[in-house]
Structure formats: structure tokens, C-alpha cells
Design a protein around this ligand. Structure first.
Ligand SMILES: Nc1ncnc2c1ncn2[C@@H]1O[C@H](COP(=O)(O)OP(=O)(O)OP(=O)(O)O)[C@@H](O)[C@H]1O
Ligand SMILES: [Mg+2]
Ligand SMILES: [Mg+2]
Length: 550
């Protein structure tokens, strides 16, 4: 943690800063989580995952930078904030002024450890920090402190799911190995002002803690990569170690892509950067696989280069720097001792303050229910379909909402899921609001569902009432039903006369029913409901119509 004098230094730098100020307004776009990342959403891409053995197939390995959710930076006490005025969150250390030293932030270490545990990694009890040199205006020290030789976590695995099978409705589990998770600093931001031909630097982000997750090249197409990143995003959010918003740069994915014939050595990879959504990730990878296949089939060779994804054209384009030319001149970071974590309290050496040490066992005890476990539990406990468990888990707060509704109603879980996915989610998406902002609380929805369950209202009236509840928040379902007289019509005389009218005006349908086509009865039922604005008791109506058409 930062020493008090560093905070004072930081304040004075904030007040007297001579660093060029720039206005950076990142569009505060909340990443809209796509429902369970379905291949259906990119149908044209799916075949790339299933090429025949003699064909060239794609190989994908991801490097993911996850911004650690921490109040302060990795090696300084500067606050972390994403919409603060430029260069207002910069300590002397972040600006790399001589004489400043790094002080490791324990929260960042704990975040990396819990992330490693959730991803089935081995936690290295001793890890090391290194300097990785490159020269950019937004990296004032001329190097980044990272973990190259011995990272904090290694040899993990992420399990994710894609849709497969004949109808592409079967949930198929896949694994990707995680080579390592390393702690490192973020850089600042360079902003290029083309009009004034200036580059302005904002160091607010400089020194923010990152976890770089390096995956093995185990995936074969955009769909798999997108599903893996989506699962990782959910895990990080469940752990609280990263907010995971790709469009705000909290989760940055570089896709390494190559093609080869199965059984042959891997091909030369390109690295695609600047991908800011899961959807674009899938598109960028599939474009790049196809581009490389085209190059090879034309007799050319794939260049080992860094490419950028242009979401407008849907293409990847070469960036200037070639990977092969980069020499990072790695060296051990002399100002940081090895990072030691302990397995359990018993292994703490005498004289070490237990409150200051990072103890893996204690962190393991804090592991929350992970998304895959939550999905399995939902399917087992409530008998819902696996794809619905994805929908529930994918939307922040929806599982809690679902379980709160279930507690207050006797409706079958499958029916409640239907309401949540069709009515509630539909409305939330339409108005771009989160589950926690829903104007209809779980108990209010439960009351509505109970009224339907107990036969007070029909299903179509329930949907009408839901829409009114959404608009006039605060009013209960019962109030709306009473105010608008929407209760179920069970008066047999009234229903008899409406049914008679419908039967008399539809002789062809009646003829069809009498000749054995019983399905046509549903059409007549629909017409009766239309007459009563969906309020007729469906059980009574069916019985009356059956009697009149027999
Ligand atoms: N032939 C290949 N095809 C596709 N992906 C590959 C291939 N070979 C390696 N990869 C992937 O490339 C990534 C290499 O990441 P790593 O951080 O080790 O090195 P780097 O990209 O050279 O370094 P930097 O961190 O500077 O980008 C891994 O995700 C790995 O799975
Ligand atoms: Mg890397
Ligand atoms: Mg790389």
C-alpha cells in the first residue's frame, strides 16, 4: 500500500501538474451481455469449427488482459478511476519520477490468486517480477513491470460451453488450458489529435493492476473463443476481481490465430488486437482464419505480424509493428523482492504478520459459487432446461430474481423461467436497464403469477397486467385487475352466449371439428378470448365449445 508521503506527493502532482491535459470521454456504454453466446447469432461462422481433417483448420490462442478491480494501483497508492479528469490520478511513481519505488498492492495479489484458483491453476508460492522494455510515450519508465519468468499462477483450465448436435441445441462442454496468469502494470493512454497534429498523454491508467491470462492454442474458431471469453467474463464478475466490461477496456483480448492441417505442426500466427466486444472477437477470428487459408491456398505465406480488427469493414488489417522485430530486453525488476504466498496459516514463518501475508487456503474459502456450478445447480434443483440456466446466469442478478420469485409463488420453475426470459428480459433489453433496476420486484411478479395460477386471470390478461405494472410502477397486480376489471369471466350464461355467437358465425370450422379435426377448436377458443379481451375462463370455454360442436 502507498506510504503517506507518496499520497502527499501524488496530491501535489495532481495540483501542480505540467503534464498536458486532455479530455477523454469514453462512451459510458454498459456492455450488454448477449444471452448465452449462441452459434446461432453468427450462423455463417459456425462451419469454420468443423472442417474436414484434410482441410486447413484454424488454431486460436488468446491473451487476455483483465483490469483488476481494486481501489488503488498495482504499485502505488493512486486511486483507480475511469472517468476522472486526465492526469488527475497520477502519483510520482506512476509518472516514473526518479527516486520513487514500487509498493505491491496486496489486494491485486489476492485477486490474481482467487482468479487462479477459480481457473484450476497451480499457485506459485514464489513468483518474480521482471521489466519488459518498450518505448511508448504512455509508458514513462520505458518498461512495464510484469511476471515473465515465474508468474503467480500456472497450468489452469477453463471450461466453457458451445451449442452443438444436429439441431445445434445441445450444450457441449469444452476446455481450454491456461498456461499462466501474470500480474502486470497497465500503461497510460496516448490520444492522437489529428487536427493539431499532437499526441496527448493521459497517465490515469498508468500502473493500474492487470492480470494477463495466457491461454494455450486450444480453440479452433471464433465461436469457441467468444464462448470462452464470455465464460471468463462471468467468472471474473462472480469473483469480483474484474468488472469485465470489454467496451470500457476492462477486459482486453488479443487473439493469436494460425491455420494448419490437423496432425501437422502449428502454422505461423498473427495477433489480432483492438477487439472490444465478444461478437467482434468471433468475427475477427473467423475473418482472420479465412484470410490465412486464402493466402496459403494462393501459394503465399502468412506473416508473423500484429493486426487490428476494423469493425466497420469486418476485416483485420496489418499494424505497423512486426512481432519478430520486437526485443523486450527482459530483466529482473531489482526494486521488488520475490512475491511469496503461503499455503495455509500453519506454513507462515514465525515473525510474519498473518494479516499482511497472502494465505492461499483463506482465499480458497472465499471462492463464491462459480457460473458453471450455479447453472448445474439450477438445472438439478428446479428442473429447468440447460439453455435456460445460461440465460439466467448470463444476466447479472437474474438468478437471485428467479429464486426470489420462486420463494413467493407455487408456479412451476419452468413457467417462471418462461416469464423471466420472455416478458421480463424482453422489457429490460428494450429499455436498456439492468435486473436490479426493474420496476417490477420479484414479489410483485410472484403475486401476478399466483393470480394466474389460482385462476383469477387468464394468461393473456397476466401479460397485459405485466405491461401495466411495468409502466405504473408501484401498483400491484390485484389493484390493476380490479381497476381495469380484468378478472376472469366465469359467468356460464355470458360465456354460453359468446360461444354461441362464435359457433354460429363459423360454420366451416364447426364442420371441420365435427369431422374429427379437433385442433380447429383452438381457433374458436381464440375468437372467444378476442371477444372477452382474453378474460374468458379457458377451461369453461373449452367445455362449452366442445358441447356446442359435438
Ligand atoms: N501457432 C499458433 N497459433 C495460434 N495461437 C498461438 C500459436 N502459438 C502460440 N499461440 C498463442 O499465442 C499466445 C502467446 O502469448 P505470449 O504472451 O506467450 O507471447 P507473446 O504474444 O509473444 O507476447 P506478448 O505478451 O508480448 O504479446 C498464447 O495465447 C498462445 O496460445
Ligand atoms: Mg502475452
Ligand atoms: Mg501476444
Amino acid at each position: 500500500m502507498a506510504a503517506p508521503q507518496e499520497q502527499v506527493i501524488q496530491k501535489s502532482l495532481t495540483q501542480n501538474t505540467k503534464l498536458p491535459l486532455v479530455c477523454v470521454f469514453l462512451t459510458c456504454h454498459i456492455y450488454r451481455r448477449s444471452l448465452f453466446y449462441l452459434a446461432r447469432s453468427v450462423p455463417c461462422l459456425a462451419p469454420l469449427c468443423f472442417s474436414a481433417p484434410q482441410h486447413l483448420v484454424g488454431v486460436v490462442g488468446l491473451e487476455i488482459h483483465a483490469q483488476i478491480n481494486s481501489n488503488t494501483k498495482l504499485f502505488s497508492g493512486s486511486p483507480v478511476g475511469f472517468s476522472a479528469p486526465p492526469n488527475s490520478l497520477v502519483s510520482f511513481f506512476d509518472a516514473s519520477l526518479p527516486g520513487t519505488l514500487p509498493v505491491l498492492n496486496r489486494r491485486c495479489v489476492e485477486a490474481a490468486v482467487i482468479t487462479g484458483l477459480a481457473l484450476n491453476c497451480t499457485i506459485n508460492k514464489k513468483s518474480l517480477f521482471d521489466r519488459k522494455h518498450y518505448f511508448y510515450a504512455d509508458l514513462p519508465a520505458g518498461y512495464q513491470i510484469t511476471q515473465q519468468r515465474q508468474p503467480i499462477a500456472v497450468d489452469g483450465m477453463l471450461t466453457y460451453s458451445v451449442l452443438g448436435g444436429k439441431k445445434r441445441s445441445e450444450v457441449i462442454k469444452k476446455n481450454v488450458l491456461i498456461k499462466q496468469i501474470q500480474l502486470e502494470q497497465d500503461s497510460g493512454k496516448s490520444l492522437h489529435d489529428d487536427v493539431r497534429t499532437q499526441t496527448l498523454i493521459d497517465l490515469n491508467r498508468a500502473g493500474v493492476g492487470l492480470m494477463e491470462l495466457v491461454m494455450e492454442p486450444d480453440m479452433s474458431c471464433g465461436e469457441e473463443a467468444a464462448a470462452a471469453v464470455r465464460e471468463l467474463q462471468l467468472i471474473l464478475q462472480a469473483l469480483g476481481t474484474c468488472q469485465g466490461n470489454m467496451s470500457e477496456g476492462q477486459l482486453r483480448v488479443d487473439a493469436n490465430v494460425s491455420v494448419h492441417r490437423p496432425g501437422e505442426p502449428l502454422g505461423i500466427r498473427t495477433e489480432v488486437k483492438n477487439i472490444n466486444s465478444v461478437r467482434y472477437l468471433a468475427k475477427a477470428i473467423d475473418y482472420e482464419i479465412q484470410r490465412q487459408i486464402d493466402v496459403l491456398l494462393r501459394g503465399g505465406t502468412v506473416q508473423n505480424e500484429t493486426r487490428a480488427y476494423d469493425s466497420k469493414s469486418g476485416e483485420t488489417i496489418p499494424m505497423r509493428d512486426k512481432e519478430g522485430l520486437q526485443d523486450y530486453r527482459f530483466m529482473p525488476e531489482p526494486n521488488l523482492p520475490p512475491l511469496i504466498v503461503y499455503e495455509d496459516s500453519a506454513s507462515l514463518p514465525t515473525g510474519i504478520d498473518a494479516c499482511q501475508a497472502v494465505v492461499v487456503q483463506k482465499i480458497r474459502e472465499r471462492l463464491p459459487e462459480l457460473p458453471s456450478v450455479k447453472r448445474d445447480r439450477l438445472v438439478q434443483m428446479y428442473g429447468i432446461l440447460p439453455e435456460h440456466s445460461f440465460t439466467l446466469v448470463n444476466e447479472d442478478g437474474l438468478v437471485e430474481y428467479f429464486e426470489a420469485v420462486l420463494k413467493a409463488t407455487k408456479r412451476e420453475p419452468r413457467k417462471v423461467v418462461g416469464w423471466l426470459t420472455n416478458e421480463l428480459l424482453g422489457r429490460l433489453k428494450q429499455q436498456d436497464v439492468s435486473v436490479s433496476q426493474s420496476p417490477i420486484s420479484p414479489s410483485a411478479l410472484a403475486e401476478l403469477l399466483e393470480l394466474q395460477e389460482t385462476g383469477h386471470i387468464s394468461s393473456s390478461v397476466a401479460k397485459q397486467v405485466f405491461q401495466v405494472m411495468w409502466r405504473s410502477s408501484g401498483k400491484t397486480a390485484l389493484q390493476i385487475i380490479q381497476e381495469q376489471d380484468l378478472g376472469l369471466v366465469s359467468d356460464t350464461t355470458q360465456l354460453h352466449s359468446i360461444c354461441q355467437k362464435v359457433v354460429d358465425s363459423h360454420p366451416d370450422e364447426v364442420y371441420a371439428i365435427r369431422n374429427g379435426n379437433k385442433k380447429v377448436l383452438n381457433k374458436l377458443m381464440g375468437l372467444v378470448q378476442k371477444e372477452t379481451k382474453g378474460r374468458a375462463d379457458p377451461v369453461l370455454v373449452r367445455a362449452i365449445l366442445q358441447e356446442k360442436t359435438s
